[in-house]
Design a protein around this ligand. Sequence first.
Ligand code: SF4
Length: 347
Amino acid sequence: MASMTSVKIGNVTIGAGAPVAVQSMTTTATSDHIATLAQIDKLAILGAEIIRVSVPDDSSAAALQSIVEKSPVPVVADIHFRADLAIKSIQAGVHKLRLNPGNIRRTADVYKIAELAGKLNIPIRIGVNSGSIPGDLREKYQGVNENSMWEAAERHISLLTDTGFTDIVLSLKASDPMLTVRVNRLAAAECPYPLHLGVTEAGPRGTAGIRSAVAMGILLNEGIGDTIRVSISGSPEPEPGAGWEILSSLDLRRRFVRIVSCPTCARARLDVATLALRVQKLVEGLCLPVTVAVMGCEVNGPGEARDADIAVIGTPTGFLLWRNGESLGAIQENELEKRLIEELNNL
Ligand code: SF4
C-alpha cells in the first residue's frame, strides 16, 4: 500500500518506496531570516531532512529567498488563504508548498498557483487536520471521523487535479492517534499520492512522542507513510530525534547513535539518568548508526554491553568501559566524554 507516485522536494525524493523522510517546522518569525536560518541549521544537524516554515505575511515571503538559498535542506512554505503569498513563495524558490486549495477563495487563483508550481516542478502538500473539517461534512458523516476527513481531502485534491496538477503530497492529521491511523489507511487505499504522517496537537514532548509513535508505528509497519513529523509543543529541536527514534525502532532507517540505558534500581552503582543524558548530549547529531549502552551495575551490564558497540557500566569500584563486547577496563568519570569519543572513532 505504499504510495504509487514519487515526489521530489528539492534533493529529497519521497514516495514509491523511497526512504521515509523526517521533517520538522520552525517556530521563529520567518520574517527574521537570520533566526530562522539558525533554527533550520540546528534542526538539520539534529536530523530534519525537510523543513517547513510558516508564511503568514509579506515580510515572511520577502525573507524566503535568503532562507531558501542558505538552507542545508529543502524548505516548504506553509500558506493559508492568500494566493499571492503562494506565488511569492514559489518565486522565492521554495521546494514545496503546503496549501489547501479549498482555502484559496478564487478558483482562478488556484489555477494560477498550480500553473506556476507545475512549471517549476514545485509539489504541493494538501494538509487536512481534524480541527478544520467543513460543517457540511461534519453533518453528513455525523462528526469528525475518517470519512469526513477523507471527503475534505478529496475536495482539495480535485481542485488541484482539475487544473491538471498531480505533483501532490497529502497529510491527514488528527489529534487522536487511532483516527490518524484510520484516515491514512483510507487515503493509502484510495489515492496514489505520497503521505506525510503526523499527529496534530500532540501535546508536549512526552505525550507527543508516544501518540506519534503509536500512530506512525502502526501505519509505517503496514507500509503506509512516506514522510513523518513528530509535532511537539514548544521548541522543535526534539522533533527530528523523535522521528528518527520511530524509524529506527521500526528498523526502517538508522542514522544516529542509539542509546540504551537501564531504568536503574536499588543496585545501581552510578547515576544512570544523568550519565545517559551526558552521553546523549555528547553524541547529538553524530551520524553513526551504532549503539551505546549505559548500565547501572554489573548484574545486567555485561549482557547489554555484549550487544552494544560501546558500553559504560557501573561497578563497585567505578566505571567500566566496553567496546564490541570486550572490557577496556576502568575509567575515571572526568575522562568519560574523551574516552567515549575516542572509542566511537575506533569503531
Ligand atoms: S542494570 Fe543493574 S542497576 Fe540497572 S536496572 Fe538492571 S539491575 Fe538495576
